[in-house]
Design a protein around this ligand. Sequence first.
Ligand SMILES: *[C@@H]1O[C@H](CO)[C@@H](O)[C@H](O)[C@H]1NC(C)=O
Ligand SMILES: *[C@@H]1O[C@H](CO)[C@@H](O)[C@H](O)[C@H]1NC(C)=O
Ligand SMILES: [Cu+2]
Length: 130
Amino acid sequence: MALYSKQVLAFLVIIGVVLPSVTLATEFIVGDASGWTTNFDYKAWARSKVFTVGDKLVFKYPVGKHNVFKVNDTAFHHCIIPPANEAFTSGNDTITLLTPGKKRYICGVGKHCARFGMKLLVKVVLPRHH
Ligand SMILES: *[C@@H]1O[C@H](CO)[C@@H](O)[C@H](O)[C@H]1NC(C)=O
Ligand SMILES: *[C@@H]1O[C@H](CO)[C@@H](O)[C@H](O)[C@H]1NC(C)=O
Ligand SMILES: [Cu+2]
């Protein structure tokens, strides 16, 4: 192979492999403009989106009004609140999705999870280019 072809090939490899994996990481503001709040349909919000390893979820809410717990399947369905020291409480909680699979988040304040819909399930997939 001529030197020129090798350089072209190397360039195409960089464009095709490196660039997409660098540029495709997305930061999702949970609930968009509504943020993390009561009486919002997070199931519908998540449905239209593709969550990929490396993406981030940002939970935005007034500090003290809500919080965020990452929970297992049982706790998600029954709104079982984990120990308080596991909570995210900053009001701008950024969680990087590091592995594929289902990830579940709930609010641990009052009955926000059980009665007011503050539960989010996302299915994280592997990047398409790698
Ligand atoms: C699921 O999470 C709840 C709440 O933190 C905990 O009590 C329970 O033991 C967990 N179940 C499993 C199977 O890990
Ligand atoms: C919230 O977190 C995001 C992502 O970590 C960051 O870019 C942004 O500056 C933060 N915003 C505030 C108001 O702290
Ligand atoms: Cu809440």
